[in-house]
Design a protein around this ligand. Structure first.
Ligand code: HEC
Length: 116
């Protein structure tokens, strides 16, 4: 292999690696956007009753804090339940029907704050 050739392939490998890094960063940024969007959704829609952050008690007695919600709710199922309308256990609550993206975002946020 000539020196010029090997420099060229090093440059190509470098470019491929940079594209790979950029793709990774993009995925991470999107996941972060989801978490942020989920946080603002649940703060607005659920914060009247549930503690939505990492600290504090729920404003509504009996409403579980979101940071411990996985103790009683399967978060995988919650995406579908939010899309179907989360009414069953929320008798006195307005029913919510989330789009797929919103349901994913909301659950991404809930996952991000679960206690150890
Ligand atoms: C009007 C008050 C109120 C609002 C608003 C509210 N909740 Fe609740 N939620 C409750 C109460 C009270 C409970 C406990 C009910 C029980 O023990 O069955 C509860 C329980 C839950 C549970 C655990 C039981 C289950 O069904 O898995 C989840 C998950 C939940 N809420 C999600 C949400 C989400 C997500 C929102 C916003 C989109 C929301 N809640 C908005 C009052 C509320």
């Amino acid at each position: 292999m000539t020196i010029a050739n090997s420099m060229a392939s090093t440059a190509v490998a470098g470019a491929v690696f940079l594209i790979f890094l950029a793709t990774l960063a993009d995925g991470t940024a999107r996941a972060q956007d989801d978490v942020e969007r989920g946080r603002s959704l649940v703060t607005k829609l659920c914060g009247e009753c549930h503690a939505v952050g990492r600290t504090g008690a729920s404003p509504r007695a009996g409403a579980p804090t979101f940071r411990s919600i996985d103790e009683r709710t399967d978060l995988d199922e919650l995406v579908d339940r939010l899309r179907a309308g989360l009414q069953s256990t929320h008798a006195d609550m307005p029913s919510f029907r989330f789009s797929r993206e919103d349901a994913r975002a909301a659950v991404a946020y809930l996952r991000s704050i679960q206690g150890p």
